[in-house]
Design a binder for this molecule. Structure first.
Ligand code: ADP
Length: 472
């Protein structure tokens, strides 16, 4: 089974969030199941620089892409196809934002080109490598199912929603530049309130839709979470499934993690906790050291944490936060820094490992969360997750309610509704549990035993691919 995965970011080469982790981990998780996955990526400078053994499999000019080449090669242990199109991707800055922190104005065209390249590979220009399935991630790959369907190809396409908040909107004036037929600019097609939505194109034209947790799959079909696309998703309910993300256990495992003092049991966390306190200049404390590793955005609910924090600090708890994003949140947390609150603004992969290992608990108070990865790292490292009852957070944390505590299953705390008050109540409960060392270490052991790898989910993807190919 050959699968072309189309993604705008892929760890460890280029990453802004969980999508990159998933795109980077899937090929390795699927290989033992007989799935040969190649990943089509934009030719950002970091990707081109890492590419080894690059062979051009296509060079030319195509509408909706411009001039470019598709290179086949390997980087970071991954088999890649790379769209080398300097006019789109050879720039300083991030994958989506310029150095000034605003979206590149031509993002629709840039990622339309990526999707077009997927179509070119399916057209037989993959250097002799022909995919049986094309698996597209988020709006950046949303036009690929459209191009493939409109070209009359029988290759099935899967569209995965990692976060429906990002919809790839473009003005209708860009239809030609994006190589979309005017006849498809309809409510049943790619039109979204007068604009073009690359995500909607994927949702309408892909053969199957997935999202990254069963909980988020259900939520997406409701007006509260569907962000205007809930109707489209309800119409395709039969083709929508939720497959949980896993974590890459070759990177995230306290027994092998080279960034930390390695451990196999909860007791081994102590030196990491001491080191983390020292690193953040925190004093010793009687309560739990809570960590946050997150983008600082409205979605992540960290404004609620600002309000709820006294409940933790008043009980001897502490906070160490690593994140970047909204300047208002950055300033608000920075202003709280002191002997019980440590703050690092920025993106730091190595520090994130030390925080997950050293923290007693990890806080994820998201307003919505398609899957969430940091609570899964927390489970694996015996760092108890305190999460909002939403999306993938609800699917992955077993709450320490009286029922959960009665059996050896509880792994963390959930709170609902997603308000500062409910979060404060959860933090109070966390401190109470922390004060009962035997119970606390039982919860840690439950958490560390909870499966968070890719095995189950990779098998679900493989079964889905099989089913789609067979039904053609
Ligand atoms: P999202 O994709 O919405 O940002 P996820 O929880 O799915 O949320 O994935 C976030 C990923 O990015 C995780 O791997 C997390 O560890 C990482 N991450 C987020 N912010 C930072 C940061 N400031 N420094 C290091 N890693 C971060």
């Amino acid at each position: 089974m050959r699968v072309l995965s189309v993604a705008s970011e892929c760890a460890p080469l280029v990453k802004t969030g969980g999508l990159a982790d998933v795109a980077g981990a899937l090929p390795g998780a699927l290989a033992p199941l007989g799935v040969e996955m190649r990943t089509l990526l934009p030719g950002y400078p970091a990707v081109i620089a890492a590419l080894e053994g690059a062979e051009p499999v296509w060079a030319g000019e195509a509408p909706g892409l411009g001039a470019g080449r598709i290179l086949s090669g390997r980087a970071a242990g991954l088999d890649l196809m790379v769209l080398e199109a300097p006019q789109h991707f050879d720039r300083a800055g991030g994958p989506y934002l310029g150095p000034d922190g605003t979206d590149w104005p031509d993002n629709p065209e840039r990622f339309a080109a990526l999707s077009r390249a997927a179509g070119i590979i399916v057209d037989g220009e993959g250097g002799g490598w022909q995919p049986d399935i094309v698996h597209c991630h988020d709006w950046q790959a949303g036009l690929a199912p459209y191009h493939i369907a409109r070209a009359g190809h029988v290759v099935p396409t899967v569209m995965t929603i990692h976060n429906i908040a990002f919809q790839g909107l473009a003005p209708a004036a860009k239809l030609t530049a994006l190589r979309i037929d005017k006849a498809d600019f309809t409510r049943e097609g790619v039109e979204y309130w007068g604009q073009v939505s690359a995500l909607k194109a994927g949702l309408v034209f892909a053969d199957h839709l997935t999202t990254v947790s069963p909980g988020y799959a259900r939520e997406l079909m409701t007006p509260d979470f569907g962000m205007g696309l809930d109707g489209v998703l309800r119409a395709r309910a039969d083709a929508l499934s939720g497959i949980l993300n896993g974590i890459d256990e070759t990177v995230w495992d306290p027994a092998t993690d080279t960034e930390i003092k390695r451990y196999r049991t909860p007791r081994g966390k102590a030196p990491n906790t001491a080191r983390l306190r020292a690193e953040f200049g925190l004093r010793d404390a009687a309560g739990p050291l809570c960590v946050v590793v997150s983008r600082l955005t409205e979605q992540k609910g960290l404004d609620l944490l600002l309000e709820a924090l006294p409940a933790l600090l008043d009980r001897g708890g502490q906070l160490a936060l690593l994140g970047a994003g909204d300047p208002g949140l950055e300033h608000a947390f920075t202003a709280l820094a002191g002997p019980d609150v440590g703050v690092r603004i920025g993106y730091d992969e190595a520090l994130s490992h030390r925080m997950i290992a050293g923290g007693d608990a990890i806080l994820v108070p998201s307003r919505f969360e398609p899957c969430g990865l940091t609570q899964l790292y927390g489970l694996k490292y015996g760092t108890l997750p305190v999460v909002a009852l939403t999306g993938g957070l609800a699917d992955t944390v077993i709450p320490a309610t009286p029922a959960g505590l009665a059996r050896p299953v509880a792994t963390g705390l959930q709170f609902h509704p997603v308000t500062a008050q409910a979060l404060a109540d959860a933090l109070i409960r966390l401190c109470e549990l922390y004060a009962r060392p035997e119970l606390w270490s039982k919860l840690q052991r439950n958490a560390m035993a909870h499966p968070v790898g890719w095995d189950g989910s990779a098998a679900e993807y493989a079964a889905l691919y099989e089913r789609l190919v067979r039904s053609r």
